[in-house]
Design a protein around this ligand. Sequence first.
Ligand SMILES: [Zn+2]
Length: 294
Amino acid sequence: MTMTRPLAINEVVNNQQLCEVFLCAPQGGMRKSNRTNTLTLISDKTKLYDDKVVDDIYHYTGMGQSGDQKMSGQNLTLAESDGNGVEIHFFEVMKPREYTYRGQVELAGEPYQGQQKDQDGRQRLVWIFPLRLMDNKAKFTKPPSATNDKQELKEEFKGIQQVENLPITQTEKERLIKARIGQGKFKKLLIERECKCALCGVTDPRVLIASHIKPWSASTNEERLDVNNGLLLCPNHDALFDKQLISFDVQGKIVISQTLDEAARIFMNVNEGLRVELTEKQLGYMEYHHQNLI
Ligand SMILES: [Zn+2]
């Protein structure tokens, strides 16, 4: 037996659903299930981690939080997975409690040992497993430190900045800038991280819109390049956010402008119960946005 129901690549599930699909334990970064003969690996980007992606190979750090890691238990299961028949499935966590399925993986080489700091800050030996996705349409998220991404963004934004010199009105400039941002690298990075509209279930990248939380015109160059200053929304929710008719408080709870009437709320799919998960850095930008709510 394998998964109890197939998951689509990039499907987002919560912890309970993940456990139901693989019949595994609800905690841990490596979860073995004898009932489905699977090993589920979870790469949690919201915690400190040393994992790397090089040329589409994920270098996954094994199990064991403190002291030298041993080649036993689930580390051994993973090391022997090219011959023991256990399926290895891979998830990434970009936001608390949301598990994004990246698909089945296989070893791309021999596990090797490396030096990393443990949870108490002491140097220790860890086991690292090079992993490859088996479905060639699937992709791992590159760690946010990737300097290439920042360089590409910089180049792209240099071009966008020139829009400010065009002989058109401020409104036209803003519209043009927003469209340009929404086609390029910034959107790509946001989609890799967020996968869907922050407020609803729209996942189709063709209609999702990448916006700056603190508007482009008010942001410094550094803030313009910061993906944490981005929010991925569907067209309805983006329109409301862009026009400052909705914003979010420090708990991520939606704040709706008093000027938005009941019919608009219904047809634009917003209500007081909505909330988003925001990282610390996103919150900083959101405070600015919230102050400008109409
Ligand atoms: Zn939406």
